[in-house]
Design a protein around this ligand. Structure first.
Ligand SMILES: [Zn+2]
Length: 120
């Protein structure tokens, strides 16, 4: 093996290792913020598994499931079900949007500053 090949392999390892660290360091979400038509509907703790039925605009129903520190839309009565196809989200800043119903689900870390602003 040539010296140049070794350097290439090491640098590749470093780059992939760096990417790995970055993804691990990304904050795990702590809470799910659910908005309907731009207004905050409620905040849910991702550590508490539960199913939430949300009625959005036009009477569209989204069944949202919280489990394993994540959240996803299990079923919805909206036309295209983009929200269902979005799958599960669990990391800070990730979101699911149900456009027809105007439902927005955003995961935020509890370590962020936004959490304190919510009065329960
Ligand atoms: Zn939808």
């Amino acid at each position: 093996m040539k010296k140049r090949d070794i350097i290439l392999i090491i640098s590749l390892l470093l780059i992939s290792g760096l990417g790995y660290c970055l993804s691990v360091n990304r904050l795990a979400g702590g809470s799910a913020y659910i908005y309907i038509e731009g207004n905050l509907y409620d905040v849910y703790d991702l550590k508490q598994p539960q199913t939430i039925r949300i009625e959005g605009r036009g009477g569209i129903i989204d069944d949202v499931v919280i489990e394993n520190n994540g959240i996803y839309v299990k079923s919805a009565t909206c036309p295209y079900r983009e929200c269902v196809k979005s799958g599960r989200i669990s990391r800070d800043g990730e979101s699911i949007c149900c456009l027809p119903a105007q439902i927005l689900i955003v995961v935020r870390s509890d370590e962020g500053t936004g959490y304190d602003a919510i009065t329960k």
